[in-house]
Design a protein around this ligand. Structure first.
Ligand code: AHR
Length: 503
């Protein structure tokens, strides 16, 4: 088999590698909040109950934006329950996850956590059981400087300065029949448009996200986006997309090709948004907020919910991610970067415990799951301008997506430092030698080749007792000769190749 080939050229510019692509998600679900980011009495907790070990890992991961408080949870949530003296806060039924919500953690605690974590907060308003008024109240509480009942209430609760939350989701997965307050596209579109209009009267500087399809398999997919955007286009800045890839059936070839589906999803939602924009004679192009994406062993959830009654913070969907899952996550990040011109925000779901890169034991340690590593390395090194790459190489057959390329790649060129990062996934079961042609960026030398590979044990996971089983490995650095080099991409691996200017 001939070697695979890849040319990197600064002429093939996609757009800036926006930091907002490295977002995450904290939902009141399972132990993401309680026992995850927040656990008063934990040995590492600060006086406000924020787990410092989780904060440290969040910073290490390079998370930029965090969406809150849901998710399905937000569609039944009353934000006022979560502010003010903790002892006065009501206990409520959370219908989304059949859970008792104590409301010990709410908006003000989240904003404190976000500031400590160094992340930008991204809020969702409830458009399931609530509407325009409550969304406006929440925005006034959060962003209005003072002199009104709600802004002064925030100040009374200790936040003198407005939070200045910039990103707001208009509801969550409103196309899903599972959603509390589920709506048709017309019902949701009208409500979202009116909520958006009113919210922008309060704070014109905010960016709004209309709720798109919950996944590409929804029967209303694409027509949902078209109808919702006919109502909302002129009032919003983004349309959301969500997707999860389920490895439960053991079809490794297909799960490794999940990025093929995400790629098509982005292309289709962009086309739908542009179609509506053209129809409405709008010059402004909308972007996608891919505000939920990940690998998720989803088929395990229902049994979990059916088995039990109403409890506080149950362990929910605490998937143990394998080395193969890490390769898939790395590839999904490559896909998001490749569409950096049209994907403006992306949030991996979720941050802690719930299908999460960070796992904790209540009262015990926190550790990095396998999927932590490609995220952290991509967030760290994807700085500058995304360059489109078209690898030439073999393909392989999958039952879900047909014939797909074995290799997936993207490059990011940092014009300030002159450095180049090439991200490459080998989805196949064999090592692939990749000939790289970097003559378009003269004067570079190879700095490092880091890999997260399935190796001898593709099902390996990181656990509390063995938290370092799946970690990045450094491979021999290739030698650039006349702007060309050949690197061996290990079987089923995610790779980061770094190049720097000759000093
Ligand atoms: O992230 C878990 C859930 O998945 C979210 O609450 C919901 O929006 C999606 O269906």
């Amino acid at each position: 088999m001939p070697n695979a080939q890849l040319t990197v050229d600064p002429a093939f510019r996609v757009g800036p590698a926006d930091r907002q692509l490295f977002g995450s998600f904290v939902e009141h679900m399972g132990r993401c909040v309680y026992g995850g980011v927040y656990e008063p009495g934990h040995p590492s907790a600060d006086p406000r109950g924020l787990r410092r070990d989780v904060l440290d890992l969040t910073r290490e991961m390079g998370v930029s934006v965090v969406r809150y408080p849901g998710g399905n949870f937000v569609s039944g949530y009353r934000w006022e329950d979560g502010v003010g003296p903790v002892g006065d806060r009501p206990r409520r039924l959370d219908l989304a996850w059949k859970t008792i919500e104590t409301n010990a953690f709410g908006l003000d605690e989240f904003m404190t956590w976000a500031a400590e974590a160094g992340v930008e907060p991204m809020m969702a308003v409830n458009l399931g059981t609530r509407g325009v008024a409550e969304a406006c109240d929440l925005l006034e509480y959060a962003n209005h400087p003072g002199g009104t009942q709600l802004s002064d209430l925030r100040r009374k609760h200790g936040a003198e300065q407005p939070y200045g939350v910039r990103l707001w989701c208009l509801g969550n997965e409103m196309d899903g029949p599972w959603q509390v307050g589920h709506k048709t596209a017309d019902e949701y579109g009208r409500l979202a448009a009116e909520t958006a209009r009113a919210m922008k009267m309060i704070d014109p500087s905010i960016s709004l996200i209309a709720s798109g399809s919950s996944n590409r398999q929804m029967s209303t997919y694409a027509s949902w986006e078209a109808t919702v955007l006919e109502h909302t286009y002129e009032h919003v800045d983004y349309i959301s997309a969500h997707t999860y890839y389920d490895p439960s059936d053991g079809d490794r070839a297909s799960i490794l090709a999940s990025a093929v589906d995400m790629d098509a999803f982005i292309t289709e939602v962009t086309a739908t948004a542009d179609h509506v924009g053209a129809k409405l004679r709008q010059k402004r192009k909308l972007k996608i907020s891919f505000d939920e994406w990940n690998v998720w062993y989803q088929s395990r959830l229902q049994a979990d919910l059916d088995r039990r009654g109403w409890v506080e913070a149950p362990a929910l969907i605490e998937d143990d991610f394998t080395a193969v899952d890490a390769v898939v996550v790395g590839d999904l990040l490559i896909t998001l970067l490749r569409h950096a011109d049209r994907v403006g925000v992306a949030c991996q779901a979720q941050l802690a415990n719930v299908i999460a890169p960070i796992r904790t034991r209540t009262g015990g340690p926190a550790w990095r799951q396998s999927i932590f590593h490609p995220f952290a390395l991509t967030a760290r090194y994807a700085r500058g301008t995304v360059l489109r790459t078209e690898p030439v190489g073999p393909t392989y057959e999958t039952s879900r997506y047909g014939d797909v390329p074995v290799l997936d790649t993207v490059a990011v060129h940092d014009e300030e430092t002159g450095g180049l990062a090439v991200f490459a996934v080998n989805r196949g079961p064999d090592d692939v030698p990749l000939e790289m042609d970097l003559r378009g960026l003269p004067g570079l030398h190879a700095q490092a080749h880091t890999t997260v590979a399935a190796g001898a044990d593709p099902a390996a996971t990181n656990t509390e007792t063995d938290p370092e089983r799946v970690t990045p490995r450094e491979l021999t650095t290739p030698t650039l000769d006349g702007g060309r080099c050949t690197v061996a991409l290990p079987a089923t691996s995610w790779n980061l190749l770094r190049f720097a200017p000759q000093s």
